[in-house]
Design a protein around this ligand. Structure first.
Ligand SMILES: Cc1cc2nc3c(=O)[nH]c(=O)nc-3n(C[C@H](O)[C@H](O)[C@H](O)COP(=O)(O)OP(=O)(O)OC[C@H]3O[C@@H](n4cnc5c(N)ncnc54)[C@H](O)[C@@H]3O)c2cc1C
Length: 470
């Protein structure tokens, strides 16, 4: 099939309801969530079944047409945005949104890739179970996108990343062949675990069409404390104590600087100053359990009491009601939106060996301040997982395009420090197009060669999401 025959064959095979080609119809599918990237495409395909995905990919491979899988478009690295070639096909999973099964004995859920994560969490809740994957974009992002990016979120400290929650998956390879790996077994040591290649592959190896996920008991009993700390080192020592005393009940350990609180109070509605005075930084800790609220509260109060006595935090506010718990979480959850309202900024989603976070933070700040003394760091993140969102805003009074003009040198400095401290330049958001150059420089040659060879085996024509990751 020649490229010129392709649009007609696609329409003929899948029908005009599934294939969009008019410029106005496809326009909303061409830019990323942040508006950083914009591309082109000849068509947007919205299949309703695995068979339709397979038919689409087989045609694309025959015609040598690039395919860009698209979930909820909340990825922050431009991974779901096509490049500048007008020949691209964007393949959206949004219509594949059925929950195929929930099993409360095996504690599994099988869901199609286009299911919105928040809907899956609510469905699990209604069935008396917990799907622990949780992130601020959960009411827009899709489970297929979550798995394709190996998403993290706020409960990783207890339940792990998306990879640890996936028991099996179904995917369509670029040849149109269906990979039937939708098993729900806990134990299956039969050779290479091929599904792991697709998890975190950012649409570069195939299209995930359904996933089998682990479910857990509902943890309806929750207790939250906001602890004020003087430094990242104090936060680290507090984490050690909480991990040791609370074990698996430790559900979240989030860090944010005092400057982040300033920003949230300025831009978000319905948030309150948490203490009578401003502290250098804060840690938000959530404990959760299946039952016995009084015991959980008593545990948290006793550990925080010990932390105050031993000088592991400066002050603490424990939630006494659901409203207070939500108000404390809001301070953390609103940081991204508040920084967005503040204007364009540089995002660095990095991870470090957790014990090296304090030294990394001091060293990275010295590096960026040597370049721009008045830069405004807003550092927050999933500290308990060693994951920081090392975000930097322009100096007060600088133009809004400051970050675009000066960002490259700053990002080089930050990611160089990450590598020096043995960290990762992408903790949970992936590589996409945003971090491709740094990724290619940060991996060793053997790792890159193996990744390229795996890509060549699964996607010999190179049609899957070109320009992303590799
Ligand atoms: C406010 C906000 C907060 C966030 N917080 C977090 C957080 O705490 N933790 C975290 O990990 N992320 C976070 N993110 C990033 C984002 O939500 C995740 O990366 C999410 O997993 C992306 O899912 P999506 O469905 O939106 O994927 P998309 O953005 O549509 O796609 C992401 C990548 O996956 C590929 N892809 C999508 N669907 C499929 C599929 N079915 N098969 C194969 N490839 C596919 C795309 O081609 C692309 O490369 C946040 C984003 C925002 C906007």
């Amino acid at each position: 099939m020649s490229p010129s025959d392709f649009p007609a064959r696609l329409l003929q095979t899948l029908g005009p309801d599934t294939v969009l080609t008019a410029a106005d119809d496809i326009a909303p599918w061409l830019a990323d969530w942040r508006g950083l990237y914009k591309g082109q495409a000849q068509a947007v395909v919205r299949p309703r079944s695995t068979e339709e995905v397979a038919a689409c990919l087989a045609l694309c491979q025959q015609a040598g047409v690039a395919v860009v899988p698209r979930g909820g478009n909340t990825g922050l690295c431009g991974g779901a945005t096509p490049d500048a070639s007008p020949a691209n096909v964007v393949l959206s999973l949004d219509r594949m949104n059925a929950i195929r099964s929930i099993d409360t004995i095996a504690n599994t859920m099988v869901a199609e890739a286009g299911c919105i994560l928040g809907n899956l969490r609510r469905a699990a809740q209604e069935a008396g179970r917990l799907l622990p994957l949780s992130l601020a974009a959960e009411d827009s992002s899709q489970i297929g996108g979550n798995v394709a990016t190996n998403a993290g979120g706020v409960n990783v400290v207890r339940y792990g990343m998306a990879r640890e929650l996936v028991l099996g998956l179904e995917a369509v390879l670029p040849t149109g062949e269906v990979f039937h790996g939708l098993r729900t077994l806990r134990k299956d040591n039969t050779g290479y675990d091929l599904k792991q290649l697709l998890i975190g592959s950012e649409g570069t190896l195939g299209v995930i069409t359904a996933v089998a996920l682990r479910l857990f008991p509902r943890t309806d009993v929750r207790s939250v404390v906001l602890a004020a700390v003087e430094s990242p080192m104090q936060a680290l020592r507090l984490f050690e104590l909480l991990f040791q005393k609370c074990g698996a009940r430790l559900q979240a350990f989030e860090f944010f600087s005092g400057d982040c609180v300033d920003l949230v109070l300025k831009h978000a509605e319905g948030v309150q100053e948490p203490f009578a005075q401003r502290y250098p930084a804060y840690v938000l800790v959530e404990l959760a359990d299946t039952a016995d609220e009084a015991a959980l509260n008593a545990l948290l109060e006793s550990v925080i009491g010990q932390a105050l006595e031993e000088g592991l935090c400066l002050d603490a506010a424990v939630s006494a009601s659901l409203a207070q718990l939500q108000a404390l979480w809001k301070l953390r959850e609103e940081i991204s939106e508040a920084q967005r309202a503040d204007g364009p900024h540089l995002k660095h989603d990095v991870s470090l060996p957790i014990e090296r976070i304090p030294d990394f933070m001091a060293s990275a700040e010295a590096r960026v301040r040597a370049l721009y003394p008045d830069i405004r760091p807003y550092i927050f993140g999933h500290f308990g997982d060693g994951n920081l969102h090392y975000n930097l805003s322009r100096p007060a009074g600088a133009d809004r395009d400051w970050a675009a003009a000066h960002g490259a040198a700053i990002t080089d400095a930050v990611l160089d420090e990450v590598n020096r401290y043995g960290g990762s330049i992408s903790a949970e958001h992936g590589i996409g197009q945003l971090k491709r150059d740094h990724f290619l420089h940060s991996k060793n040659p053997l790792e890159l060669r193996l990744m390229r060879e795996i890509k060549a085996v699964l996607d010999p024509a190179g049609i899957m999401n070109p320009g992303k990751l590799l």
